[in-house]
Design a protein around this ligand. Structure first.
Ligand SMILES: N[C@@H](CCC(=O)N[C@@H](CS)C(=O)NCC(=O)O)C(=O)O
Length: 259
């Protein structure tokens, strides 16, 4: 079967929470590979009505003729089967592929979680910010639900992710460590984390790091650095100046074509 033909004829559906950086990882892959898709956005809590239908709880979920995928890494692996050889997200060469997959797993399991903890510690109580982050292009009834239930949703999110001053401080430490790992990889003089081509590792790093780098090309992030609490702005400036930060910002500038 010719997979690119399949990609051209099928419009997949991506279920998201607008601000979710794991959703941005998949959105970016879809845009990069020019796979036609419809994004169905939900406000947190309401997303469960959509995810339940596909036996998932978290977003992103990709709904396709080939099946429903409930994890961002599984989705990227599936999208890779639809892409042309020159655009593969995972290298052919086994050792490089293992390296790319290990980096993706590290970023998913640690960086994504730590950045969410750090960001929600500062912002999840702020109705205006969370309206922009959670409600953009969601169904109207969910936006009304957000207005009524914001204090409850916000408290639930803080509870779900154990958001405290201590967890946020620990997370920042974890984020700095991952940035240092990426700094070292880039110091090996490689153009990309997985060798000489853009791969799932690069895309995952840049998408998951975006909330702490605030790239201007990001399709959902909206805060201006001057509007953020000073502690956040200081960390953003610090990490933007690292080799890893410069690298992720460049990937957004040069490789983030929006649909
Ligand atoms: N390992 C998952 C993580 C996805 C994830 O944690 N999604 C969060 C949003 S950032 C979510 O859906 N949270 C809502 C919930 O747990 O109900 C993936 O890579 O897809």
């Amino acid at each position: 079967m010719n997979h690119s033909t399949v990609a051209n004829t099928e419009v997949v559906r991506l279920i998201t929470i607008p601000i979710s950086h794991y959703c941005e990882k998949v959105r970016w892959a879809l845009d990069l590979l020019k796979i036609p898709y419809i994004e169905e956005r939900h406000v947190p809590a309401f997303h469960r009505l959509a995810t339940r239908k596909y036996e998932g709880s978290t977003v992103p979920i990709l709904v396709s003729n080939a099946g429903n995928f409930t994890d961002s890494t599984d989705i990227l692996h599936y999208l890779d089967t639809l892409s042309s050889e020159s655009q593969r997200l995972y290298p052919e060469e086994p050792e490089l592929r293992r390296e790319v997959e290990a980096l993706e797993e590290l970023f998913d399991a640690k960086l994504g979680v730590d950045i969410r903890t750090w960001g929600y510690f500062y912002r999840s109580n702020n109705r205006k910010t969370m309206r922009r982050a959670w409600c953009k292009e969601t169904p109207l009834f969910e936006q009304v639900g957000f207005e009524i239930a914001f204090p409850f949703i916000s408290a639930k999110v803080r509870q779900l992710y154990s958001i405290t001053a201590e967890s946020a401080a620990r997370s920042l430490q974890g984020i700095r460590e991952i940035f240092e790992t990426v700094n070292q990889k880039l110091a090996d003089d490689r153009p990309y984390l997985g060798g000489d081509k853009l791969s799932a590792a690069d895309l995952t790093f840049a998408a998951l790091a975006a909330p702490i780098l605030q790239p201007p090309e990001h399709p959902v992030l909206v805060s201006k650095i001057e509007e953020l609490p000073i502690e956040m702005a200081t960390v953003i400036k610090e990490l933007r100046a690292t080799a890893a930060g410069v690298y992720a910002l460049r990937l957004y500038r040069e490789q983030r074509q929006v649909k």
